[in-house]
Every structure is written in C-alpha cells, then in structure tokens.
Design a protein around this ligand. Structure first.
Ligand SMILES: *Cc1c(COP(=O)(O)O)cnc(C)c1O
Length: 387
C-alpha cells in the first residue's frame, strides 16, 4: 500500500486554487510584497484566525523565529531557554543574535519542554523561553507563561508543527496555540500542514514588538518615513507569489487538520491497550506527525519493522537531540565562538533517551484512508515489549 507523502502532489492539497493564485500575482506584474496586496492580506487573515493584533509574513519559519528573538532583544551573551527536540530553525536564531541557547529537558511522555526543568535553569542572564508545540501536541505554555511572568522573561511559541493546535480551554472557549507567547511563529515550508514551499509568520498582540519585527524583516527601513534606516535588519520579506499560495492553502487548513484528526483518532482507538506503547494524548493535537513512546525502548527496531511494511516511520525524529549536535564542537562565527567560549550544552537525559531508544514517529497526512490506518495498526499490534 502506498502512503501519500507531503513531498508529492498526492500528499498535498495543492490544486487549481493555488494555480489561480500564482497566475493572479504574475498577471498583476507585482511580485514583491512591499508594494503588493497578497502578503498584507495573508497577515490579516492569519491574525484574524488567531485573534491577535499583528501577523508579520516573512521568508521562512526560521526567519520568523529570528524575528521573535529580535523582538525579545537579548544582549550578546544573554540566555534563551529552549528544547533539544526541535528543528534547528528554533535554535539558529538564538545564535544569529549572539545569545546563548540553554537546553532544558523534556517530558518523556511527549517530548515537549518540562516546565520544572525550565524553572531550574532560569538565571540572571535568562532573557526568554522558546517553547515548541512538538509534532502538533500542545506544549505546557500556560505554566511557561507563569514562569516567564514571574521572572520578567519573554515567551516565544514555535508553532511550525502546530497549525490549529488547541490549548486547554474552558467550556465554549477556543485557545489556538500561538496566543499565549509574546510572539508565536508559524512555518509554510514544504513539510508543514500547509505550504508555499518556504514561508513564515510571526504573531503578536504587542504593537512595539510588531514594529521591531517588521523593521528587522525589511532592512530596518520604515517605508512610511522615507529612505532612512532606523535599526539593523535583514531582508526576510515574503514574496507575493508565496503569500498568494499560502492564502489558498489557508482556506484548506481546517479540512487538513480535521482529516488528520479523524484518522489519528481511528489509530488511537485501534491501538488502545497495546502493551509497552504510550499513545499520544489527542486533546488539541494537530497531528503533524503521529508520535508514540515505547517506555521500555525498542523504537529503532519497531521503526525498521514498520518501514519494511511500507509505513513511513522513523525512530527518534532527530539523529541526536540538539544539545548533542556537532555544531557545538567547532567555531561558530568565522574562527570565533564569541559569546559561546567554553560553552558546553547541558545534558538532557530524557531527550537523549527519547531520541535514542523510545520515540517513534509515523508520518501523518490528511489523505490517509481507513486502510492506511488499518495497516499501521496491524503492524503496531505485533509489537512486544522486551521482557
Ligand atoms: C520546520 C520547523 C522550523 C523551521 O521552519 P522553516 O520554515 O523550515 O525555516 C522551526 N521549528 C520547528 C519546530 C519546525 O518544525
């Protein structure tokens, strides 16, 4: 059985609407978002969807995270606490601003940041906490918000894998991920729920943070004020082509997430009670991937077995958690490591065990059918924990 993949048309929702969007932009003659209308419209639509004052479109999820770090304004050498189980796009922006990433350990149940581990690492140089809603499962951002407020820190939410993830809410209330942090970041890269190839957005309710991020994304150039450069910035602008495709994709997002939720629930039901396997909690999950944890180990063996059956599964998600990445061994800026001289990332035993032995992720897709779920369940149900 063939599993639709996000790397091909069968596993994407790209169709006539996106073709029409691209044609509309090309025929308009204006492909740049400074003078066009598509990126500004995308920003309004995404801000509205999240109920926040500002959304700022940019060139990638990593660029969005860089803007978020710029908004938090660390001094060189200040520390930003984050998770070792994430895309490197979460961490690279910390380095780009000459700040120091401090890796806190994760909850072994789902790989999301453990707020107690974060609390233990807050010190005089801490400036911000960056949480990631890993695989689409809501991170414990309310607890992190309380910690950030108690210590005067910024909270950044990385929602690259968490389009329409829902945070715990009261009856009748809706709290999308991305509304608790001072800034939240989204990605439109090829492998996310919706895509325009590459693209990103930041969200914030804070007018001053929005101004800082907008300036940085356009070379520090306040277009309303003439040709004067008020601040340091790069060119992180989204093009009109990207924005138009993203808008067409955004209209399809609710269906994408609903379909992923429906098949994920089916798999959860089929696997209920399977010994030696800890299933993900479905509450609020957006199912970027379908993760399971094998507390007794054996994830690499099970992943290999699933792959033999044609199921797109991987153990560990990363080759090594980011606190163990080779990048920390060499120089980082030319021949220099400033301000990271003597820097050795902390050990994160829970993250290290997840990546090496206990975490298994199955690619998920809105175009999976009940037959795909049945095959995954059949193969998973053969799993026997080591005695
Ligand atoms: C994909 C991803 C990023 C980076 O986004 P790009 O658009 O690829 O730059 C950052 N964080 C997480 C959690 C991601 O999954």
């Amino acid at each position: 059985m063939k599993f639709p993949s996000m790397a091909e048309a069968a596993g994407r929702t790209l169709g006539d609407e996106e073709v029409a969007a691209v044609e509309r932009v090309i025929r308009s003659g204006m492909l740049n978002s400074v003078w066009g209308t598509e990126a500004r419209a995308l920003e309004r639509e995404i801000a509205g969807m999240h109920g926040v004052r500002h959304a700022i479109a940019c060139s990638s999820g990593t660029a969005a995270l860089h803007l978020a770090v710029v908004a938090a304004a660390p001094d060189p050498g200040d520390e930003i606490i984050t998770t070792p189980i994430t895309d490197f796009g979460t961490v690279a922006p910390i380095l780009a601003q000459n700040a120091v990433p401090v890796f806190a350990d994760v909850d072994p149940a789902d790989g999301n940041l453990d707020p107690d581990a974060v609390a233990r690492l807050i010190g005089p140089r801490t400036r911000a906490i960056m949480a990631v809603h890993l695989f689409g499962a809501p991170a414990r951002v309310d607890e992190l918000r309380a910690l950030a407020d108690a210590h005067g820190l910024a909270l950044i939410e990385d929602c690259a894998q968490a389009w329409l993830t829902e945070l715990p809410a009261g009856p009748g209330e809706r709290r999308p991920a991305g509304t608790v942090g001072d800034v939240a970041c989204l990605s439109l890269q090829q492998w996310k729920h919706i895509t325009c190839g590459d693209g990103g957005l930041t969200l914030t309710d804070d007018d001053e943070l929005a101004r800082r991020m907008r300036l940085f994304s356009d070379k520090g150039w306040d277009r309303a004020a003439g040709r004067s450069h008020a601040a340091f910035g790069l060119n992180y602008r989204m093009s009109e082509l990207q924005a138009a495709v993203a808008r067409a994709q955004l209209a399809k997002l609710p269906r994408v997430v609903a379909d992923r939720r429906a098949t994920a629930m089916r798999l959860l039901e089929a696997l209920e009670g399977l010994e030696g396997v800890r299933l993900p909690r479905p509450e609020g999950h957006a199912w970027w991937l379908f993760p399971v944890v094998l507390p007794g180990g054996g994830a690499p063996e099970l992943a290999a077995r699933l792959r033999e059956a044609g199921i797109p599964a991987r153990a560990g998600y990363l080759d090594e958690p980011l606190n163990r990445a080779p990048v920390w061994q060499g120089p980082i800026y030319g021949s220099s490591r400033y301000p990271l001289e003597g820097y050795v990332p902390r050990a994160c035993p829970e993250a290290e065990r997840l990546v090496a032995e206990t975490l298994l992720v199955i690619d998920w897709n809105e175009n999976y059918t009940p037959d795909h779920v049945t095959l995954i369940a059949q193969e998973m149900l053969k799993f026997r924990p080591a005695p």
